[in-house]
Design a binder for this molecule. Structure first.
Ligand SMILES: Cc1cc2nc3c(=O)[nH]c(=O)nc-3n(C[C@H](O)[C@H](O)[C@H](O)COP(=O)(O)OP(=O)(O)OC[C@H]3O[C@@H](n4cnc5c(N)ncnc54)[C@H](O)[C@@H]3O)c2cc1C
Length: 370
């Protein structure tokens, strides 16, 4: 039996940033990050759009809004301090016809209510310029939205974890967690660990892991999305987003940029029942190309190629989509030392530095008071 002060389960962006925050708040604390894969960030953290959201869409009192706004600011600050490529390219949110305008206006009003900085309606002459590229009736621009190079960030954050000598154990899948007498027992294939605290940052597997410790009040479900790379050019240096799905289950098929500046479209959304990232050139892709062609005027469909896919980590409570981050600790759940992050879908990457700081404050208040 190994004894530790803490275990963080999951080496995605959240597990690693939380590790760095724990080390900063409690230097010398004996804790480890356990990751089941051979590499860190293999799941959602490297399979997303790499967009730093501004916090436009989310309800005023939501954790999504709070942590997205703070996280957006923190990533730009980190971009100035360390070697990561963060670009504040801005984004257009567009209505392509009259019918979409009321929803676009609703989103604009939400953004205003959320006090999002630097959003404005696009003027007529600029709309005319955009019409050379896309079908657009009305649009607003968000200056604070940006893009981040995911691969580079994951590498840089992992380097920082190593520099701080935080044990990050890959190919260490947590198979079981249960309550001990005054602690939590964690089992991997080869070890049994006794720990004072455990942070479940397992992304798509977080609900599966919480069930092991006896929590069954939420269910997970998975929504997959494809990305298509475009080998042609679209002369717009800012992101272009359509209006989102009505219930915000997805933000719509939008543009994003690769580190080499090339354009990518995605993600679409369809429910799946297992975590696998295979992509097929089938009806799903065809429909996606149709949607893209409805917005972009000069798309050469032959230049669209399957790129990669990602799976959104969604949760339901009482059978209903739970549309906020689920971040709980001992005070909420009644399990001493146990913390969890579930349903960390978009804008989870943007929000991750802010969530990490919040979680460590929670750890201080609800578990470690030295
Ligand atoms: C299609 C898509 C588009 C998105 N677009 C954006 C965007 O543009 N902007 C944005 O801000 N956010 C976006 N997001 C959300 C963002 O990707 C996630 O919120 C973020 O990456 C979550 O990070 P994480 O560390 O919680 O999860 P992950 O990166 O999935 O990390 C969880 C880790 O836990 C490990 N793990 C799981 N089970 C175990 C176990 N039993 N033992 C040990 N390790 C385990 C996994 O291997 C994994 O490495 C998007 C997500 C998707 C899917």
């Amino acid at each position: 039996m190994i004894e530790l002060d803490g275990v963080i389960v999951g080496g995605g962006i959240l597990g690693m940033l939380i590790g760095l925050e724990v080390e900063m708040a409690f230097p010398g604390l004996d804790f480890a990050i356990l990751e089941k894969e051979r590499f860190v960030g293999e799941h959602s953290s490297s399979r997303n759009s790499g967009v730093l959201h501004a916090g436009i869409y989310y309800p005023f009192h939501s954790l999504k809004k709070k942590f997205c706004i703070e996280g957006n600011r923190l990533w730009y600050k980190m971009g100035e301090e360390i070697d990561i490529d963060v670009k504040k390219c801005g984004k257009y949110l567009i209505a392509i016809n009259e019918d979409e305008i009321p929803f676009l206006e609703k989103i604009f009003n939400q953004a205003k209510e959320n006090n999002i900085k630097n959003i404005s309606w696009v003027k007529k002459n600029e709309i005319e310029k955009l019409r050379k590229i896309i079908n657009v009736k009305k649009a607003f621009f968000s200056k604070e939205t940006g893009v981040i190079d995911l691969g580079q960030v994951i590498k840089e954050v992992e380097k920082r974890v190593f520099k701080k000598r935080i044990p990050l154990l890959k190919e260490h899948e947590v198979l079981d967690i249960r309550r001990g007498k005054n602690n939590i027992i964690v089992e991997t294939k080869d070890e049994v660990i006794e720990t004072k605290f455990l942070i479940n940052a397992c992304g798509l597997d977080s609900v599966k892991i919480r069930k092991k410790i006896g929590l069954d009040d939420i269910e997970e479900y998975f929504v997959k999305g494809y990305y298509l790379k475009y080998s042609g050019k679209i002369p717009c240096p800012s992101l272009i987003y359509p209006i989102p799905d009505k219930n915000l289950e997805g933000l719509g098929i939008h543009t994003s940029f690769d580190s080499d500046g090339s354009i990518r479209f995605g993600p679409n959304s369809f429910e799946v029942n297992k975590i696998e990232y295979e992509m097929k050139d089938d009806d799903i892709t065809k429909k996606m190309i149709e949607t893209i062609s409805k917005i972009y005027k000069h798309i050469d469909e032959k230049k669209l190629h399957l790129d990669y896919s990602g799976i959104r980590s969604k949760i339901k409570k009482n059978g209903q989509y739970y549309d906020d981050f689920w971040i709980k600790g001992p005070k909420d759940l009644g399990i001493p030392g146990y913390f969890e992050l579930c349903g960390i879908e978009s804008p989870g990457f943007t929000a991750s530095p802010a969530i990490s700081k919040f979680l460590v404050r929670k750890l201080m208040n609800e578990c470690l008071s030295f």
